[in-house]
Design a protein around this ligand. Structure first.
Ligand SMILES: Cc1cc2nc3c(=O)[nH]c(=O)nc-3n(C[C@H](O)[C@H](O)[C@H](O)COP(=O)(O)OP(=O)(O)OC[C@H]3O[C@@H](n4cnc5c(N)ncnc54)[C@H](O)[C@@H]3O)c2cc1C
Length: 256
């Protein structure tokens, strides 16, 4: 590489954010360079997003087989670690970084670097954070600690009482949804429970659409599904927003 180069935008780090930054800077007409000592490949594609989910899928398969006796199914499980890692390596390769937070930040940084000093802020989606633990954890929109006391009500559901969760032998955790007292709109949710990733997405879409809790309760839910638990939490929230019950949620966390 030449010792001296004149470029408009130098991107440091060829990860997801860097690749998107370079792409959008170049698209805006900038001459770019990317600096990275390696290893090649983004964290997401190399060891992060998909590889970790492949490992988790293997762990879940082993765990599920070990738990099968609950349903009267007898199994003997042994884990071939080398085969698991072969599967992780072959399974991760078709994927490349998709649209996540780092991609968004890279796009904004790249565009703004190219047109500096005419920088523009871009609207962010509502917060959507997921931890792929068991049970899964998720935060959508505003967490309870981010809401001004007295301005919101909290609806909740315990998964130990949720029909489908119990059938799945996954009745652990709790779902809390927060709604604005003045507007009746959904503000956020915190979930520790089975397949929380899916409920979290539904809630994120509703927050993005600025929906009220009453509007959400007019949407269809099948039976028997985990989403019935979400509906129960929303019904609890709705009753509280309408002054039919005290606004708060219980503080204890059980079964997680
Ligand atoms: C195990 C694991 C699981 C994950 N699962 C998910 C998931 O399910 N969903 C999700 O959205 N995110 C997940 N993530 C997070 C996701 O991988 C990161 O948010 C994303 O990769 C961050 O992108 P980035 O561009 O900021 O950093 P990276 O992709 O890490 O890129 C940073 C780059 O900077 C380079 N660099 C570092 N220092 C220098 C330097 N001094 N000079 C030049 N270059 C440098 C590095 O070599 C690297 O290439 C996971 C991460 C891990 C580790």
């Amino acid at each position: 590489m030449a010792k001296n180069m004149k470029v408009d935008v130098a991107v440091i780090g060829a990860g997801t954010a860097g690749l998107f930054a370079r792409h959008y800077a170049a698209k805006a007409g900038a001459k770019t360079i990317m600096l990275d000592p390696g290893p090649l490949g983004t964290t997401c594609a190399r060891v992060g997003c998909m590889p970790s989910k492949l490992l988790i899928a293997a762990a879940e398969a082993a765990h599920g087989a070990r738990q099968a006796a609950v349903y009267g199914v007898k199994t003997r499980v042994s884990v071939d670690g080398a085969a698991v890692l072969r599967k992780v390596r072959s399974g991760r390769d078709p994927f490349r970084p998709s649209q996540h937070e780092a991609a968004f930040e890279g796009r904004v940084a790249g565009r703004n670097a190219a047109r500096y000093p005419r920088v523009e802020a871009e609207r962010r989606y509502c917060q959507l954070a997921i931890a792929f633990t068991d049970p899964q954890l998720a935060v959508v929109g505003k967490a309870r600690g981010e809401l001004a006391p007295g301005t919101f009500c909290c609806g909740e559901l315990e998964y130990k009482d949720q029909g489908r969760a119990r059938i799945m032998n996954a009745g652990r955790g709790r779902l809390k949804v927060y709604g604005g007292k003045r507007t009746g709109r959904l503000l956020g949710a915190e979930i520790a429970g089975p397949r929380a990733e899916h409920a979290a997405h539904l809630l994120a879409w509703c927050i993005e659409k600025n929906m009220t809790v009453s509007e959400m309760l007019r949407l269809p839910v099948y039976h028997p599904v985990l989403e019935e638990g979400l509906r129960e939490a929303l019904e609890d929230l709705s009753a509280k927003l309408r002054g039919r019950a005290p606004c708060a949620c219980e503080e204890k966390v059980s079964g997680v």
